[in-house]
Design a protein around this ligand. Structure first.
Ligand code: G4P
Length: 510
Protein backbone atom coordinates (compact mmCIF):
# COMPACT_ATOMS: atom_id res chain seq x y z
CA UNK A 1 0.00 0.00 0.00
CA UNK A 2 1.19 3.51 -0.76
CA UNK A 3 2.73 5.46 2.10
CA UNK A 4 1.43 8.78 0.75
CA UNK A 5 -1.25 10.82 2.50
CA UNK A 6 -2.28 13.80 0.41
CA UNK A 7 -4.56 16.15 2.33
CA UNK A 8 -5.66 19.73 2.91
CA UNK A 9 -6.86 21.74 5.88
CA UNK A 10 -10.27 23.36 5.64
CA UNK A 11 -11.20 26.10 8.07
CA UNK A 12 -12.55 29.59 8.52
CA UNK A 13 -9.94 32.39 8.82
CA UNK A 14 -8.48 32.61 12.33
CA UNK A 15 -9.44 29.10 13.39
CA UNK A 16 -5.74 28.21 13.53
CA UNK A 17 -4.85 26.66 10.17
CA UNK A 18 -1.46 28.38 9.98
CA UNK A 19 -0.54 27.53 13.54
CA UNK A 20 -1.56 23.93 13.08
CA UNK A 21 0.34 23.68 9.79
CA UNK A 22 3.50 24.90 11.51
CA UNK A 23 3.09 22.33 14.26
CA UNK A 24 2.45 19.51 11.81
CA UNK A 25 5.59 20.47 9.88
CA UNK A 26 7.67 20.67 13.02
CA UNK A 27 6.50 17.32 14.31
CA UNK A 28 7.04 15.63 11.01
CA UNK A 29 10.56 16.11 9.63
CA UNK A 30 9.68 18.91 7.27
CA UNK A 31 12.09 20.76 5.08
CA UNK A 32 9.83 23.13 3.35
CA UNK A 33 9.35 25.81 5.88
CA UNK A 34 11.98 28.25 4.78
CA UNK A 35 13.92 29.62 7.72
CA UNK A 36 12.30 27.30 10.22
CA UNK A 37 14.10 24.07 9.72
CA UNK A 38 17.80 23.60 9.08
CA UNK A 39 18.26 22.13 5.65
CA UNK A 40 20.86 19.47 4.98
CA UNK A 41 22.32 17.93 1.82
CA UNK A 42 19.63 17.12 -0.71
CA UNK A 43 17.15 19.10 1.24
CA UNK A 44 19.26 22.21 1.02
CA UNK A 45 19.60 21.82 -2.71
CA UNK A 46 15.92 21.29 -3.18
CA UNK A 47 15.12 24.33 -1.14
CA UNK A 48 17.50 26.66 -2.88
CA UNK A 49 16.33 25.45 -6.32
CA UNK A 50 12.97 26.40 -5.30
CA UNK A 51 13.72 29.81 -3.94
CA UNK A 52 15.61 30.59 -7.13
CA UNK A 53 12.51 29.74 -9.10
CA UNK A 54 10.46 31.91 -6.83
CA UNK A 55 12.79 34.85 -7.32
CA UNK A 56 13.11 34.46 -11.06
CA UNK A 57 9.46 34.03 -11.66
CA UNK A 58 7.94 36.05 -8.90
CA UNK A 59 5.70 33.13 -8.14
CA UNK A 60 5.37 32.10 -4.56
CA UNK A 61 5.16 28.35 -4.38
CA UNK A 62 6.67 27.91 -0.95
CA UNK A 63 3.46 27.20 0.82
CA UNK A 64 1.51 25.55 -1.99
CA UNK A 65 2.54 22.05 -1.06
CA UNK A 66 4.22 21.14 2.18
CA UNK A 67 5.71 17.72 2.57
CA UNK A 68 6.71 16.00 5.77
CA UNK A 69 7.45 12.51 6.95
CA UNK A 70 6.77 10.60 10.09
CA UNK A 71 7.31 7.08 11.31
CA UNK A 72 4.10 5.31 12.08
CA UNK A 73 4.12 1.70 13.30
CA UNK A 74 7.47 0.98 11.67
CA UNK A 75 6.60 2.58 8.36
CA UNK A 76 7.65 5.96 7.01
CA UNK A 77 4.58 7.88 5.96
CA UNK A 78 4.94 10.81 3.55
CA UNK A 79 2.39 13.55 4.04
CA UNK A 80 1.60 16.03 1.28
CA UNK A 81 -0.26 18.98 2.76
CA UNK A 82 -1.83 21.19 0.08
CA UNK A 83 -2.48 24.78 0.97
CA UNK A 84 -6.03 26.04 0.62
CA UNK A 85 -5.67 29.81 0.21
CA UNK A 86 -7.97 31.65 2.58
CA UNK A 87 -8.39 35.24 3.73
CA UNK A 88 -7.97 37.69 0.86
CA UNK A 89 -6.65 35.12 -1.62
CA UNK A 90 -9.63 32.82 -1.25
CA UNK A 91 -10.54 31.79 -4.80
CA UNK A 92 -11.78 29.01 -7.00
CA UNK A 93 -8.28 27.54 -6.61
CA UNK A 94 -9.12 26.97 -2.97
CA UNK A 95 -12.03 24.80 -4.05
CA UNK A 96 -10.12 23.07 -6.80
CA UNK A 97 -7.30 22.15 -4.45
CA UNK A 98 -9.85 20.03 -2.62
CA UNK A 99 -10.32 17.96 -5.77
CA UNK A 100 -6.61 17.09 -5.66
CA UNK A 101 -6.54 15.65 -2.14
CA UNK A 102 -7.54 12.29 -0.76
CA UNK A 103 -8.69 13.61 2.60
CA UNK A 104 -9.03 16.77 4.68
CA UNK A 105 -8.67 18.03 8.22
CA UNK A 106 -11.43 20.38 9.29
CA UNK A 107 -10.19 22.84 11.90
CA UNK A 108 -12.84 24.41 14.10
CA UNK A 109 -12.39 27.10 16.73
CA UNK A 110 -13.78 25.70 20.00
CA UNK A 111 -15.36 29.05 20.82
CA UNK A 112 -17.00 29.49 17.43
CA UNK A 113 -18.02 26.12 16.05
CA UNK A 114 -18.86 25.76 12.37
CA UNK A 115 -18.28 29.07 10.54
CA UNK A 116 -19.33 30.03 6.99
CA UNK A 117 -16.09 29.33 5.16
CA UNK A 118 -15.65 25.96 6.87
CA UNK A 119 -19.09 25.06 5.74
CA UNK A 120 -18.50 26.08 2.13
CA UNK A 121 -15.28 24.12 1.96
CA UNK A 122 -16.96 21.18 3.60
CA UNK A 123 -19.63 21.17 0.88
CA UNK A 124 -16.91 21.02 -1.76
CA UNK A 125 -15.38 18.01 0.04
CA UNK A 126 -18.76 16.36 0.16
CA UNK A 127 -19.15 16.62 -3.63
CA UNK A 128 -16.38 14.05 -3.95
CA UNK A 129 -16.93 12.26 -0.63
CA UNK A 130 -13.55 13.42 0.66
CA UNK A 131 -13.08 11.90 4.13
CA UNK A 132 -12.71 14.40 6.95
CA UNK A 133 -10.97 14.35 10.31
CA UNK A 134 -12.15 17.13 12.62
CA UNK A 135 -9.77 19.04 14.89
CA UNK A 136 -11.46 21.26 17.47
CA UNK A 137 -8.77 23.84 18.18
CA UNK A 138 -8.03 26.34 20.97
CA UNK A 139 -9.23 24.24 23.89
CA UNK A 140 -6.64 26.05 26.00
CA UNK A 141 -9.08 28.95 25.88
CA UNK A 142 -12.64 29.26 27.03
CA UNK A 143 -14.74 27.45 24.43
CA UNK A 144 -18.26 26.19 23.94
CA UNK A 145 -19.37 23.01 25.71
CA UNK A 146 -18.00 19.88 24.05
CA UNK A 147 -21.38 18.27 23.41
CA UNK A 148 -22.78 21.43 21.91
CA UNK A 149 -19.85 21.50 19.46
CA UNK A 150 -20.19 17.85 18.56
CA UNK A 151 -23.93 18.21 17.97
CA UNK A 152 -23.44 21.32 15.90
CA UNK A 153 -21.00 19.53 13.58
CA UNK A 154 -23.40 16.62 13.26
CA UNK A 155 -26.48 18.77 12.63
CA UNK A 156 -25.06 21.50 10.43
CA UNK A 157 -23.04 19.18 8.23
CA UNK A 158 -25.34 16.15 8.39
CA UNK A 159 -22.41 13.97 9.36
CA UNK A 160 -21.90 11.33 12.04
CA UNK A 161 -19.38 12.48 14.65
CA UNK A 162 -17.19 10.15 16.62
CA UNK A 163 -15.14 11.84 19.36
CA UNK A 164 -11.71 10.29 19.85
CA UNK A 165 -10.64 12.50 22.76
CA UNK A 166 -12.04 14.61 25.50
CA UNK A 167 -10.62 17.92 26.77
CA UNK A 168 -10.47 17.96 30.54
CA UNK A 169 -11.79 21.46 31.04
CA UNK A 170 -11.13 24.42 28.80
CA UNK A 171 -9.64 27.86 29.31
CA UNK A 172 -8.61 28.48 32.94
CA UNK A 173 -9.82 25.01 33.92
CA UNK A 174 -7.87 23.25 31.20
CA UNK A 175 -6.08 20.23 32.65
CA UNK A 176 -5.20 18.29 29.57
CA UNK A 177 -6.65 16.04 26.93
CA UNK A 178 -7.71 12.44 27.35
CA UNK A 179 -7.07 10.26 24.32
CA UNK A 180 -9.62 7.45 24.23
CA UNK A 181 -7.46 5.04 22.22
CA UNK A 182 -4.49 5.08 24.62
CA UNK A 183 -6.37 6.10 27.79
CA UNK A 184 -3.60 8.64 28.43
CA UNK A 185 -3.82 12.29 29.35
CA UNK A 186 -1.54 14.93 27.85
CA UNK A 187 -1.05 17.64 30.48
CA UNK A 188 0.08 21.26 30.25
CA UNK A 189 3.48 22.08 31.75
CA UNK A 190 5.70 25.07 32.45
CA UNK A 191 4.88 28.75 32.65
CA UNK A 192 3.28 28.95 29.20
CA UNK A 193 1.51 25.64 29.76
CA UNK A 194 2.64 23.92 26.62
CA UNK A 195 2.47 20.23 26.08
CA UNK A 196 5.85 18.82 27.10
CA UNK A 197 5.51 15.43 25.47
CA UNK A 198 4.84 13.27 28.55
CA UNK A 199 1.52 11.52 28.80
CA UNK A 200 0.05 10.66 32.13
CA UNK A 201 -1.01 7.02 32.41
CA UNK A 202 -2.93 6.56 35.62
CA UNK A 203 -5.82 8.83 35.19
CA UNK A 204 -8.45 8.96 37.87
CA UNK A 205 -11.35 10.95 36.61
CA UNK A 206 -14.07 11.95 38.98
CA UNK A 207 -17.43 13.63 39.09
CA UNK A 208 -18.83 15.48 36.15
CA UNK A 209 -15.75 15.00 33.97
CA UNK A 210 -15.89 11.22 34.38
CA UNK A 211 -19.55 11.26 33.43
CA UNK A 212 -18.95 13.44 30.39
CA UNK A 213 -16.09 11.28 29.20
CA UNK A 214 -18.33 8.27 29.42
CA UNK A 215 -21.13 10.07 27.62
CA UNK A 216 -18.74 11.14 24.84
CA UNK A 217 -17.80 7.52 24.33
CA UNK A 218 -21.20 5.88 24.48
CA UNK A 219 -23.42 8.73 23.28
CA UNK A 220 -21.87 8.98 19.79
CA UNK A 221 -21.18 6.46 17.04
CA UNK A 222 -18.05 4.39 17.34
CA UNK A 223 -15.33 5.08 14.81
CA UNK A 224 -16.01 3.15 11.61
CA UNK A 225 -13.26 3.23 8.99
CA UNK A 226 -15.57 2.57 6.08
CA UNK A 227 -18.04 5.27 7.08
CA UNK A 228 -15.13 7.72 7.48
CA UNK A 229 -13.62 6.81 4.12
CA UNK A 230 -17.02 7.28 2.47
CA UNK A 231 -17.30 10.74 3.97
CA UNK A 232 -20.24 9.81 6.21
CA UNK A 233 -18.50 9.98 9.58
CA UNK A 234 -15.84 12.25 11.03
CA UNK A 235 -13.60 11.30 13.94
CA UNK A 236 -13.21 14.34 16.21
CA UNK A 237 -9.94 15.30 17.90
CA UNK A 238 -9.49 18.13 20.35
CA UNK A 239 -6.42 20.19 20.97
CA UNK A 240 -4.50 23.39 20.92
CA UNK A 241 -2.33 24.03 17.92
CA UNK A 242 -0.71 26.90 19.79
CA UNK A 243 0.23 24.82 22.82
CA UNK A 244 0.92 21.71 20.78
CA UNK A 245 -1.81 19.56 22.29
CA UNK A 246 -3.45 16.86 20.22
CA UNK A 247 -1.22 17.48 17.21
CA UNK A 248 0.66 14.20 17.44
CA UNK A 249 -2.57 12.27 17.81
CA UNK A 250 -3.87 14.09 14.76
CA UNK A 251 -0.85 13.12 12.61
CA UNK A 252 -1.18 9.54 13.78
CA UNK A 253 -4.84 9.58 12.84
CA UNK A 254 -4.01 10.71 9.30
CA UNK A 255 -1.30 8.06 9.03
CA UNK A 256 -3.63 5.38 10.28
CA UNK A 257 -7.03 6.22 8.82
CA UNK A 258 -6.66 8.69 5.96
CA UNK A 259 -6.80 6.97 2.59
CA UNK A 260 -3.68 6.52 0.46
CA UNK A 261 -4.00 7.87 -3.11
CA UNK A 262 -7.43 7.05 -4.43
CA UNK A 263 -8.33 6.04 -7.98
CA UNK A 264 -9.44 9.04 -10.04
CA UNK A 265 -12.38 9.20 -12.42
CA UNK A 266 -11.68 9.42 -16.16
CA UNK A 267 -15.04 9.18 -17.86
CA UNK A 268 -16.43 5.70 -17.22
CA UNK A 269 -13.05 4.46 -16.05
CA UNK A 270 -11.30 4.76 -12.69
CA UNK A 271 -7.54 5.21 -13.03
CA UNK A 272 -5.81 3.23 -10.32
CA UNK A 273 -2.70 4.58 -8.56
CA UNK A 274 -1.15 1.18 -9.39
CA UNK A 275 -1.18 1.85 -13.12
CA UNK A 276 2.37 1.86 -14.59
CA UNK A 277 1.87 4.87 -16.84
CA UNK A 278 2.43 8.33 -15.35
CA UNK A 279 -0.85 10.25 -15.33
CA UNK A 280 -2.03 13.35 -13.52
CA UNK A 281 -4.22 16.39 -13.78
CA UNK A 282 -3.67 20.12 -13.38
CA UNK A 283 -5.74 21.54 -10.52
CA UNK A 284 -4.17 24.96 -10.23
CA UNK A 285 -2.14 27.38 -12.33
CA UNK A 286 -0.29 30.17 -10.60
CA UNK A 287 0.62 33.17 -12.73
CA UNK A 288 3.54 35.47 -12.12
CA UNK A 289 2.80 38.28 -9.73
CA UNK A 290 4.34 40.61 -12.28
CA UNK A 291 1.79 40.73 -15.10
CA UNK A 292 4.49 41.54 -17.67
CA UNK A 293 5.86 38.04 -17.31
CA UNK A 294 3.83 35.21 -18.67
CA UNK A 295 5.53 32.55 -16.59
CA UNK A 296 3.24 30.15 -14.84
CA UNK A 297 3.52 27.23 -12.53
CA UNK A 298 0.96 24.53 -13.19
CA UNK A 299 0.34 22.18 -10.29
CA UNK A 300 -0.23 18.58 -11.25
CA UNK A 301 -1.67 16.00 -8.92
CA UNK A 302 -0.03 12.76 -9.91
CA UNK A 303 -2.53 9.94 -10.18
CA UNK A 304 -0.34 6.99 -11.20
CA UNK A 305 3.12 5.83 -12.22
CA UNK A 306 6.60 6.96 -11.21
CA UNK A 307 7.54 10.37 -12.53
CA UNK A 308 11.17 11.13 -13.33
CA UNK A 309 12.74 14.48 -14.05
CA UNK A 310 12.99 15.13 -17.80
CA UNK A 311 10.15 12.76 -18.62
CA UNK A 312 7.88 13.52 -21.58
CA UNK A 313 4.19 13.87 -20.91
CA UNK A 314 1.35 14.86 -23.21
CA UNK A 315 -1.06 17.53 -21.99
CA UNK A 316 -4.59 16.83 -23.17
CA UNK A 317 -5.04 20.44 -24.23
CA UNK A 318 -2.00 20.32 -26.52
CA UNK A 319 -1.98 16.84 -28.03
CA UNK A 320 1.80 16.67 -28.39
CA UNK A 321 4.31 15.68 -25.73
CA UNK A 322 6.38 18.17 -23.76
CA UNK A 323 9.55 17.35 -21.84
CA UNK A 324 9.32 18.28 -18.19
CA UNK A 325 12.88 19.37 -17.53
CA UNK A 326 12.63 21.54 -14.50
CA UNK A 327 9.71 20.34 -12.44
CA UNK A 328 9.35 21.49 -8.88
CA UNK A 329 9.20 18.39 -6.78
CA UNK A 330 8.13 18.86 -3.22
CA UNK A 331 10.48 16.41 -1.57
CA UNK A 332 10.37 15.05 1.87
CA UNK A 333 13.51 15.28 3.96
CA UNK A 334 15.46 12.08 3.67
CA UNK A 335 14.30 10.61 0.46
CA UNK A 336 17.04 9.04 -1.55
CA UNK A 337 15.22 9.10 -4.84
CA UNK A 338 14.74 12.79 -4.82
CA UNK A 339 14.23 13.04 -8.56
CA UNK A 340 11.11 10.97 -8.70
CA UNK A 341 7.51 11.45 -7.66
CA UNK A 342 4.75 8.94 -7.01
CA UNK A 343 0.98 8.75 -7.12
CA UNK A 344 -0.39 11.24 -4.62
CA UNK A 345 2.52 13.68 -5.05
CA UNK A 346 2.24 17.14 -6.51
CA UNK A 347 4.56 18.38 -9.24
CA UNK A 348 4.97 22.05 -10.12
CA UNK A 349 5.53 22.51 -13.86
CA UNK A 350 6.89 25.85 -15.10
CA UNK A 351 5.34 26.84 -18.45
CA UNK A 352 4.25 29.82 -20.52
CA UNK A 353 0.54 29.24 -20.57
CA UNK A 354 0.42 25.88 -22.34
CA UNK A 355 -1.00 24.13 -19.30
CA UNK A 356 -4.53 24.84 -18.19
CA UNK A 357 -6.58 23.95 -15.18
CA UNK A 358 -8.33 20.65 -15.85
CA UNK A 359 -5.72 19.36 -18.33
CA UNK A 360 -4.70 15.75 -18.07
CA UNK A 361 -1.01 14.90 -18.48
CA UNK A 362 -0.04 11.37 -19.40
CA UNK A 363 2.58 9.30 -21.18
CA UNK A 364 0.25 7.65 -23.67
CA UNK A 365 -2.34 10.38 -24.12
CA UNK A 366 -5.24 7.96 -23.72
CA UNK A 367 -6.65 9.07 -20.39
CA UNK A 368 -8.81 12.13 -19.69
CA UNK A 369 -9.53 12.85 -16.08
CA UNK A 370 -13.00 14.13 -15.36
CA UNK A 371 -14.57 15.56 -12.27
CA UNK A 372 -12.56 18.74 -11.96
CA UNK A 373 -15.41 21.21 -11.82
CA UNK A 374 -16.05 24.89 -12.14
CA UNK A 375 -17.78 26.19 -9.06
CA UNK A 376 -20.70 28.58 -9.03
CA UNK A 377 -19.34 32.10 -8.62
CA UNK A 378 -20.09 34.00 -5.45
CA UNK A 379 -19.20 37.46 -6.73
CA UNK A 380 -20.51 38.70 -10.09
CA UNK A 381 -19.50 41.91 -11.84
CA UNK A 382 -20.30 43.65 -15.11
CA UNK A 383 -17.28 44.36 -17.28
CA UNK A 384 -17.21 47.89 -18.61
CA UNK A 385 -14.79 48.71 -21.41
CA UNK A 386 -12.94 52.01 -21.28
CA UNK A 387 -12.52 51.99 -25.05
CA UNK A 388 -15.68 50.60 -26.72
CA UNK A 389 -13.81 49.69 -29.92
CA UNK A 390 -11.99 46.93 -28.05
CA UNK A 391 -14.96 44.59 -27.77
CA UNK A 392 -13.30 41.85 -29.79
CA UNK A 393 -10.09 41.93 -27.73
CA UNK A 394 -12.13 41.85 -24.55
CA UNK A 395 -14.08 38.81 -25.67
CA UNK A 396 -10.86 36.98 -26.55
CA UNK A 397 -9.31 37.91 -23.21
CA UNK A 398 -12.35 36.83 -21.20
CA UNK A 399 -12.54 33.53 -23.06
CA UNK A 400 -8.82 32.92 -22.50
CA UNK A 401 -8.86 33.82 -18.84
CA UNK A 402 -11.91 31.73 -18.14
CA UNK A 403 -10.32 28.84 -19.99
CA UNK A 404 -7.29 29.26 -17.77
CA UNK A 405 -9.50 29.17 -14.66
CA UNK A 406 -8.89 32.74 -13.48
CA UNK A 407 -12.50 33.84 -13.81
CA UNK A 408 -15.74 32.61 -15.29
CA UNK A 409 -17.50 34.57 -17.96
CA UNK A 410 -21.21 34.82 -18.72
CA UNK A 411 -22.71 36.33 -21.86
CA UNK A 412 -26.30 37.39 -21.08
CA UNK A 413 -28.97 36.42 -23.60
CA UNK A 414 -30.29 39.97 -23.55
CA UNK A 415 -28.03 42.99 -23.73
CA UNK A 416 -24.34 43.27 -24.35
CA UNK A 417 -23.08 43.59 -20.81
CA UNK A 418 -20.75 40.74 -20.14
CA UNK A 419 -20.50 39.41 -16.65
CA UNK A 420 -17.57 37.84 -14.87
CA UNK A 421 -17.89 35.59 -11.86
CA UNK A 422 -15.38 34.60 -9.19
CA UNK A 423 -15.42 33.12 -5.71
CA UNK A 424 -12.85 35.52 -4.22
CA UNK A 425 -12.20 39.24 -4.56
CA UNK A 426 -8.53 38.79 -5.45
CA UNK A 427 -9.48 37.10 -8.72
CA UNK A 428 -11.14 40.33 -9.81
CA UNK A 429 -7.98 42.32 -9.17
CA UNK A 430 -5.97 39.76 -11.10
CA UNK A 431 -8.45 40.00 -13.97
CA UNK A 432 -8.24 43.77 -14.28
CA UNK A 433 -4.47 43.85 -14.17
CA UNK A 434 -4.02 41.00 -16.63
CA UNK A 435 -6.52 42.52 -19.07
CA UNK A 436 -4.45 45.66 -19.05
CA UNK A 437 -0.99 44.10 -19.13
CA UNK A 438 -1.47 41.12 -21.41
CA UNK A 439 -4.35 42.16 -23.65
CA UNK A 440 -3.99 45.95 -23.56
CA UNK A 441 -7.64 46.24 -22.68
CA UNK A 442 -8.65 48.87 -20.16
CA UNK A 443 -11.76 47.82 -18.27
CA UNK A 444 -13.48 48.41 -15.00
CA UNK A 445 -15.88 46.27 -13.04
CA UNK A 446 -19.28 47.41 -11.86
CA UNK A 447 -22.00 45.95 -9.70
CA UNK A 448 -24.26 43.43 -11.39
CA UNK A 449 -27.81 42.57 -10.36
CA UNK A 450 -26.82 38.92 -9.87
CA UNK A 451 -25.53 37.13 -6.79
CA UNK A 452 -24.72 33.69 -8.14
CA UNK A 453 -25.19 31.42 -11.13
CA UNK A 454 -26.37 27.86 -11.79
CA UNK A 455 -25.75 25.61 -14.77
CA UNK A 456 -29.00 24.31 -16.18
CA UNK A 457 -29.64 20.75 -17.24
CA UNK A 458 -32.76 19.11 -18.57
CA UNK A 459 -34.49 17.96 -21.73
CA UNK A 460 -34.38 20.29 -24.72
CA UNK A 461 -38.09 20.95 -24.35
CA UNK A 462 -37.81 21.81 -20.67
CA UNK A 463 -34.83 24.08 -21.30
CA UNK A 464 -36.59 25.82 -24.18
CA UNK A 465 -39.68 26.38 -22.09
CA UNK A 466 -37.65 27.86 -19.25
CA UNK A 467 -35.69 30.00 -21.67
CA UNK A 468 -38.86 31.51 -23.14
CA UNK A 469 -39.98 32.80 -19.76
CA UNK A 470 -36.65 33.75 -18.18
CA UNK A 471 -34.55 35.22 -20.91
CA UNK A 472 -33.58 38.23 -18.81
CA UNK A 473 -31.96 35.93 -16.27
CA UNK A 474 -30.15 33.64 -18.65
CA UNK A 475 -26.66 33.68 -20.02
CA UNK A 476 -24.23 31.41 -21.83
CA UNK A 477 -20.86 30.48 -20.40
CA UNK A 478 -17.69 30.28 -22.51
CA UNK A 479 -18.71 26.85 -23.83
CA UNK A 480 -22.17 28.09 -24.80
CA UNK A 481 -23.85 26.21 -21.95
CA UNK A 482 -27.00 27.70 -20.50
CA UNK A 483 -26.69 29.38 -17.11
CA UNK A 484 -29.35 30.75 -14.80
CA UNK A 485 -28.24 34.05 -13.29
CA UNK A 486 -29.77 34.31 -9.84
CA UNK A 487 -30.40 37.50 -7.91
CA UNK A 488 -30.11 35.62 -4.63
CA UNK A 489 -29.69 32.09 -3.32
CA UNK A 490 -33.40 32.22 -2.53
CA UNK A 491 -34.07 32.81 -6.22
CA UNK A 492 -32.28 29.54 -7.03
CA UNK A 493 -34.41 27.59 -4.56
CA UNK A 494 -37.58 29.19 -5.85
CA UNK A 495 -36.85 28.42 -9.49
CA UNK A 496 -35.75 24.89 -8.69
CA UNK A 497 -39.05 24.30 -6.92
CA UNK A 498 -41.05 25.77 -9.79
CA UNK A 499 -39.11 23.80 -12.40
CA UNK A 500 -38.54 20.32 -10.97
CA UNK A 501 -37.77 18.94 -14.44
CA UNK A 502 -34.57 21.04 -14.57
CA UNK A 503 -31.44 20.76 -12.45
CA UNK A 504 -29.78 23.93 -11.23
CA UNK A 505 -26.21 22.82 -10.71
CA UNK A 506 -23.66 24.67 -8.56
CA UNK A 507 -20.77 22.99 -10.37
CA UNK A 508 -19.87 22.19 -13.92
CA UNK A 509 -17.39 19.62 -15.14
CA UNK A 510 -14.59 21.25 -17.05
P1 G4P B 1 -5.64 30.90 10.38
O1 G4P B 1 -4.42 30.48 9.66
O2 G4P B 1 -6.69 29.83 10.43
O3 G4P B 1 -6.21 32.20 9.95
O4 G4P B 1 -5.27 31.10 11.92
P2 G4P B 1 -3.87 31.32 12.65
O5 G4P B 1 -3.12 30.04 12.76
O6 G4P B 1 -3.19 32.48 12.05
O7 G4P B 1 -4.40 31.67 14.09
C1 G4P B 1 -5.24 32.77 14.35
C2 G4P B 1 -5.02 33.26 15.77
O8 G4P B 1 -5.40 32.22 16.69
C3 G4P B 1 -3.57 33.60 16.07
O9 G4P B 1 -3.58 34.61 17.04
C4 G4P B 1 -3.07 32.31 16.71
O10 G4P B 1 -1.96 32.51 17.55
C5 G4P B 1 -4.28 31.89 17.51
N1 G4P B 1 -4.31 30.45 17.78
C6 G4P B 1 -4.12 29.43 16.91
N2 G4P B 1 -4.23 28.25 17.55
C7 G4P B 1 -4.50 28.52 18.84
C8 G4P B 1 -4.72 27.71 19.99
O11 G4P B 1 -4.69 26.51 19.96
N3 G4P B 1 -4.98 28.38 21.17
C9 G4P B 1 -5.02 29.73 21.24
N4 G4P B 1 -5.28 30.26 22.42
N5 G4P B 1 -4.81 30.52 20.18
C10 G4P B 1 -4.56 29.92 18.99
P3 G4P B 1 -3.36 36.13 16.70
O12 G4P B 1 -3.30 36.85 17.98
O13 G4P B 1 -4.38 36.56 15.69
O14 G4P B 1 -2.03 36.14 15.93
P4 G4P B 1 -0.57 36.05 16.56
O15 G4P B 1 -0.32 37.46 16.95
O16 G4P B 1 -0.62 35.11 17.70
O17 G4P B 1 0.23 35.57 15.42
Amino acid sequence: MSNRRTFAIISHPDAGKTTLTEKLLLQGGAIHLAGEVKARGQARRARSDWMKIEQQRGISVTSSVMTFEKEYEGETITFNLLDTPGHEDFSEDTYRTLTAVDSAIMVIDAAKGIEPQTRKLFEVCRLRSVPIITFVNKVDREGRPVFELLDEIADMLALDVSPQMYPLGMGGQFEGILDFASGKVARPEGPSKEFAGQRDDNVELAGEIAENVELAQIGYPEFDLEAYRNGDLTPVYFGSALKNFGVEELIDAIARYAPPPRPQPAGEEQISPERDEVTGFIFKVQANMDPNHRDRIAFMRQVSGTFKRGMKLTPSGLGKPIAIHSPILFFAQDRELADTAEAGDIIGIPNHGTLRVGDTLSEKNQVRFTGLPNFAPEILRRVVLKDPTKTKQLRKALDDLSEEGVIQVFYPEIGGQWIVGVVGQLQLDVLVSRLEAEYKVGASLEASPFATARWLKGTDAALKNFEDFNRANLAKDRDGDLVFMAKSPWDVGYQQEKNPELTFSATKER
